[in-house]
Design a protein around this ligand. Structure first.
Ligand code: APR
Length: 251
């Protein structure tokens, strides 16, 4: 067993006896599936733009076609990606413990594609579309049939389809965030995987779990502001560390 990813005995004991595990994932969780992190997606053609010029309501208002094109490219990458061993390790964790809540900042749906049951999407899902005025969901058939760029909304005159993701300056879906907070308060073990722990309010959730008595383990090759609060940090990649933790749980 890769010793560098060995959970301390007390933490392995707490994890194997855990009633409810809270898992927060960020872009690093999808990196090994070949999905560029948000900042990496600002490469190539899009390098000349600032995030605010592509992922804000104002940017969409100013140039909806440009924003739609950027998301269409990212959607292609998401459709072409496959979940990795780390995603499947979390699915297995759900079979080994009473309750596991996956709270993700990712918009790629890879946890669900791997088979995870309880996934809470804090920042929406890039493969879904909604009307930019009414925010009502727009089906894929309508999107496929309407050859405008972006497609028009079927609900509101002048409405356009936009990706169902949370843009900078927008609030998180209340129901998702409420569910995430409830899970953080209830959990007795917390895993933070592949996130810089910088973007609020998601970054506050592991601290909320800690405040309510959960053990906290961070998985990230880099140090983050959360590291000093964690009971143990693994400076490794999501797939290798999560599979090692499952092996230890089963041993
Ligand atoms: N395994 C684990 N962690 C990784 C891996 C990996 N294979 N590769 C990179 N990381 C870590 C990086 O060290 C970094 O800390 O994942 C983090 C990715 O950082 P960001 O791209 O900033 O992603 P995230 O923290 O999820 O950003 C939060 O901000 O960009 C917006 O809305 C977007 O949801 C995103 C939010």
């Amino acid at each position: 067993m890769a010793s560098e990813f060995k959970l301390r005995d007390t933490l392995l004991e707490r994890l194997s006896g855990a009633r409810h595990v809270f898992v927060l994932t960020g872009a690093g969780m999808s990196a090994e599936s070949g999905i560029p992190t948000f900042r990496d997606a600002m490469a190539g053609l899009w390098a000349k733009y600032r995030p605010e010029e592509l992922a804000t309501p104002e940017a969409f208002q100013a140039d909806p076609a440009r924003v739609w094109r950027w998301y269409e490219e990212r959607r292609e990458a998401v459709r072409a990606a496959e979940p990795h061993a780390g995603h499947f390790a979390l699915v297995e964790l759900e079979t080994l413990l009473p309750a596991v809540s996956i709270i993700t900042q990712n918009v790629d749906g890879l946890h669900q594609r791997a088979g995870s049951g309880t996934v809470c999407e804090l920042h929406g899902n890039i493969l879904r579309s909604k009307c930019h005025i009414s925010h009502r969901q727009i089906g894929r058939e309508w999107i496929a049939d309407d050859n405008h760029n972006p497609p028009r909304s079927p609900y509101v005159k002048g409405g356009l389809a936009r990706p169902d993701v949370v843009w900078f300056g927008e609030v998180l879906p209340q129901d998702a965030f409420d569910a995430a907070m409830a899970a953080a308060v209830d959990a007795d073990f917390c895993l933070s995987v592949g996130t810089t722990s910088l973007v609020q309010p998601a970054a506050s959730l592991p601290l909320l779990a800690l405040e309510h008595g959960a053990a906290l383990v961070e998985i990230n090759p880099q140090e983050t502001p959360l590291s000093l609060h964690a009971d143990q940090c693994f400076r490794g990649k999501a797939a290798e560390v999560l599979t090692s933790i499952i092996d230890q749980l089963k041993a």
